[in-house]
Design a protein. Structure first.
Length: 222
């Protein structure tokens, strides 16, 4: 046991010395926030006030974070999280009166990423590109009149990030990036007060979760 402990401690010490001798930051942690826009088309069956209502749900905001370990100066692996949010409410005329409706939508991506980076000559600023694969979850807290329901589902998703970081201090940078997150929901679960049901969506009914994020934030490099 003592020999095993000695081997483990020696390996950890060697790893620490190796990390200290690297001439580039091995870790990058970023926190972002900004504007988002869903790219899926609105069905041709919607027009007038209903179409305007759905258009407003296409725009929202995003928050997110990712952590990357660079095993080489130009290549690394890590984890990414991104959340899209949009909401809207309105009143629509129906035979005999009006009905109120509301939607509160969130789309969450979490997955693994592979990243590359290219420094400028002074190694103060850097261009980043990441590709990712993971889980894309959808949730809509919806209400029509007094009837509330939760629509949710999940699918495989992909991500693509392109960004640029501007160094502020040795360990802190500011950055901006554009991210494309893609995925399509083929089934949905509906939770209501009287029970839960699952619905398989046909080709022309599938929920396109693809959205574009334009964001800015801070980055920590170690």
């Amino acid at each position: 046991m003592k020999k095993l402990l000695l081997v483990v401690c020696s390996a950890a010490l060697m790893q620490g010395v190796s990390a200290q001798t690297k001439d580039f930051p091995a870790f990058r942690i970023s926190v972002n926030g900004g504007y988002s826009y869903r790219l899926g088309k609105i069905g041709s069956q919607f027009n007038g006030e209903a179409r305007d209502y759905l258009k407003k749900l296409k725009s929202g905001f995003n928050i997110g974070a990712d952590a990357t370990y660079y095993f080489q100066e130009k290549m690394g692996v890590g984890l990414k999280y991104s959340r899209f949010h949009a909401s809207n409410s309105g009143v629509f005329p129906i035979p005999g009166g009006n009905v109120s409706t509301s939607d509160n939508i969130s789309i969450n991506f979490i997955g693994a990423i592979f990243g590359t980076r290219l420094y400028n000559k002074a190694k103060t600023n850097a261009f980043y590109a990441n590709v990712g694969l993971g889980y894309l979850g959808f949730r809509n807290n919806s209400a029509v009149a007094i009837n509330k329901m939760i629509l949710k589902g999940g699918t495989a998703g992909t991500s693509l990030d392109l960004g640029y970081d501007f160094r502020i201090t040795r360990y802190l940078s500011a950055g901006a990036q554009a991210s494309l997150i893609t995925g399509t929901l083929s089934s949905i679960k509906i939770e209501q007060s009287n029970g839960t049901s699952s619905v398989d969506l046909k080709d022309d009914e599938k929920e396109n979760l693809t959205h574009l994020n334009l964001s800015a934030g801070i980055r920590f490099t170690l």
